[in-house]
Design a protein around this ligand. Structure first.
Ligand code: PAF
Length: 284
């Protein structure tokens, strides 16, 4: 397994792999890896000859008051995990390598980025698109893997790929959950014991919504109200948003339709967690 800290080193490894006609699978991450990330790596390992993983905590996607500084960093542990998964290349650049002093070009998707997390974290998806576009240009993957937990991010990346003609297939892999249902996230590490228990309410509330929709619930407002009540039964919980939107356009729906995304962002103490579920309704 090669560790490239510079763009030049990464590009050299990639061109050598391409010369050998190897297909490139790519998993972009910010490190502090968990089984959610490893499921993406495994999906890449299964379908591609050469697997590259980037580890880069991207300052451009954090707001000024967000957790860029305290975001967990665990390179030695990550390296060990990726070695076990038989990853071929880790791209582990510094901030200066990715954003030199005179950096002044950003990539912005302007439709799918507006609702949900985009409303509350202005500039977040611009930072994500910019870094992913750079990473795609450096790694030149055939296929790139993203998790469903960040569903909006995956939709935006797919749109960016289509709009800007990146020759990349984007695959979205199901959310990996802890045994009790909490979606795996690097930010779960911030939770104390009580908060970890309270955090389960995210999963419980989307399960409740799924059940209500499948049971014929037609009114998103009523479903959201029930989710809100359940979430607020936990002292440490503060709701950022609860939305029921069309799973393709991410725009709000006023009645249930074929494919809806139920998406939530909730603070548990000081930790902001997200989760979602897509409900497919037959024949509506
Ligand atoms: O999902 C993430 O970890 C990040 O947003 C990504 C895609 C690695 C870009 O920094």
């Amino acid at each position: 397994m090669l560790i490239a800290k510079t763009i030049k080193q990464a590009k050299k490894a990639i061109s050598e792999a391409k010369l050998k006609n190897r297909t490139i699978g790519f998993v972009p991450t910010m490190g502090a890896l968990h089984y959610g990330h490893l499921s993406l790596v495994r999906a890449a390992r299964k379908s591609c000859d050469f697997v590259a993983v980037s580890i880069f905590v991207n300052p451009a996607q954090f707001g000024p008051k967000e957790d860029f500084r305290k975001y967990p960093r665990a390179f030695i542990r990550d390296e060990r995990l990726l070695q076990k998964e038989k990853v071929d290349l880790i791209f582990y650049p510094s901030v200066a390598e990715m954003y030199p002093k005179d950096f002044s070009t950003y990539v912005e998707e302007i439709y799918l980025s507006k609702p949900l997390c985009g409303l509350i974290r202005p500039g977040h998806f611009r930072g994500v698109c910019t870094v992913v576009a750079k990473l795609f240009n450096i790694i030149e993957p055939d296929t790139a893997y993203f998790g469903q937990k960040d569903y909006q991010q995956a939709c935006i990346i797919k749109r960016m790929v289509k709009d800007l003609n990146f020759p990349v297939t984007v695959k979205v892999v199901s959310t990996v959950r802890e045994k009790d249902g909490l979606a795996m996230s690097s930010r779960n590490a911030y939770l104390n014991c009580q908060e970890r228990k309270d955090a389960l309410v995210l999963f419980e509330s989307i399960e409740l919504a799924k059940k209500l929709v499948r049971g014929g619930g037609k009114n998103p407002k009523k479903i959201i109200a029930k989710m809100r009540k359940l979430i607020l039964s936990k002292k440490s919980a503060k709701i950022d948003y609860i939305e029921i939107v069309d799973a393709q356009s991410l725009q709000k729906v006023d009645k249930m339709q074929k494919n809806v995304l139920i998406a939530i962002a909730v603070y548990i103490g000081k930790t902001r967690l997200i989760d979602n579920v897509i409900v497919h309704l037959k024949g509506s």
